[in-house]
Design a protein around this ligand. Structure first.
Ligand SMILES: *Cc1c(COP(=O)(O)O)cnc(C)c1O
Length: 399
């Protein structure tokens, strides 16, 4: 039995079986490469689900974590810590926001945003206003609040009743959103590009019309940039490409380059509804996660983000050329290095065959291949990935 087989077997006996993990045990990473327990190397076009944007074990982030680990891990929010203040300053300086709140994951950041939207309506004297308008096909996380905001039935099954107060409208249909906004509405939450839903970018007119309607009604627009933020789409945040700004934004995934951290950013007028004692998290904004995140943020804008934007156009062109050779590939779409090919077939066998050839690609919604590599990927690595994918598709008889 190989080392990988041994660990896979052990895992299958002691772990919850809630993930559909592929039979691959990863033990090490560097840049765009990862290694399994038997020493085999893989080119990684998944980056831990759009998370390791600077590449695996980036020395700036690893160094910051090591230095901070020798100084201070955790003190709680009974006290103030320097790293949390520095990270908040950086995020405020680089976004629309005036204030930051930190937590440990995306779903927790969404949860905070739902609570902030409700609390803000309450504080403004709109005591009954609790409803949040969400999009069909959205994904906002797995805790009960974030799950209730998620517009995909597959995630709800067996977990009802959901939290009341979420109204669902079709994505990219501004009239439908505006029709659902009423005296009960306290917020609208949207992904600028739907990620888990299939890499579906918002139309600019759609985001702009919803933004205008929120402003008219005095309702905060919450953008979920957990997947699209931190340079993934070519700009630091995707909203910058839409000519709008949100009132609240949630971040996680790439915010710590793989070190767990989530954040909610907001304008002062909204943030002030969270008065002392209204919300919190024991680990939120602890020095270790904030040191990792600050190093990530600084490294990102020092070049990785610009590099990602450049090679994003190259990757897209290569995917379009590939798709033109294989009739089962229907559409290439996305922004920056947030890319996907929609096909008319089950893509799981493709991802599995790619592993055997040393390539990690991601499948979502069954028939969509998603490409979300580290932003530091080179054109040569993209060529290598496309070459392997082409070979695998021929092997599987797709063209
Ligand atoms: C991943 C993701 C989440 C959930 O984040 P977790 O850290 O897994 O809780 C929420 N929203 C979007 C858009 C995501 O991509």
């Amino acid at each position: 039995m190989s080392e990988s087989e041994r660990i896979l077997h052990e895992g299958s006996t002691v772990l919850f079986q809630n993930y559909r993990s592929l039979p691959l045990v990863l033990v090490r990473g560097e840049g765009c490469r990862v290694w399994d327990a038997d020493g085999r190397c893989y080119l990684d076009l998944v980056a831990g689900i759009a998370t390791v944007n600077l590449g695996h074990c980036h020395p700036a982030v690893a160094g910051a974590v090591k230095a901070q680990a020798d100084r201070l891990f955790h003190v709680s929010n009974l006290y103030v810590n320097l790293e949390q203040v520095k990270l908040a300053r950086w995020l405020v300086d680089h976004s629309f926001a005036d204030r930051a709140f930190f937590c440990n994951s995306g779903t927790e950041a969404v949860e905070a945003a739902i609570k902030l939207a409700r609390r803000r309506a309450w504080a403004a004297g709109r005591r009954g206003a609790h409803q949040i308008v969400v999009a069909e096909n959205s994904f906002h996380g797995r805790t009960m609040g974030a799950l209730s905001a998620t517009g995909q039935a597959q995630y709800h099954e067996g977990f009802e009743p959901l939290l009341p107060g979420f109204a669902v409208a079709p994505y990219n249909d501004a009239d439908a959103f505006i029709r659902l906004m009423n005296e009960d509405t306290c917020g609208v939450i949207l992904e600028p590009v739907q990620g888990e839903g299939g890499v579906i970018p918002a139309k600019p007119e759609f985001l702009q019309a919803v933004r205008a309607a929120c402003t008219r009604r005095g309702i905060p627009l919450i953008l979920d940039e957990i997947q699209t933020g931190m340079g993934r789409t070519g700009t630091l945040f995707a909203y910058e490409q839409y000519g709008i700004e949100p009132d609240i934004m949630v971040l996680a995934k790439a915010l710590g380059n793989g070190f767990p951290i989530g954040a909610m950013l907001a304008r002062e007028a909204v943030a002030k509804a969270f008065t002392p004692g209204t919300h919190g998290a024991t680990f939120g904004g602890n020095p270790l996660s904030c040191a990792a995140s600050l190093a990530t943020c600084e490294t990102l804008v020092a070049g990785a983000m610009q590099s990602g934007a450049r090679v994003g156009a190259y990757f897209r062109a290569r995917l379009e050329a590939l798709a033109s050779e294989f009739p089962f590939m229907k559409e290439v779409r996305g922004l920056g290095l947030h890319l996907a090919i929609e096909t008319d077939t089950d893509c799981k066998p493709i991802a599995e065959a790619c592993i055997a050839e040393g390539l990690l690609v991601n499948v979502i919604q069954g028939k969509i291949l998603r490409f979300i590599p580290p932003l530091v990927i080179t054109e040569a690595e993209i060529d290598e990935g496309i070459g392997i994918l082409w070979k695998v598709l021929r092997q599987l008889g797709h063209g």
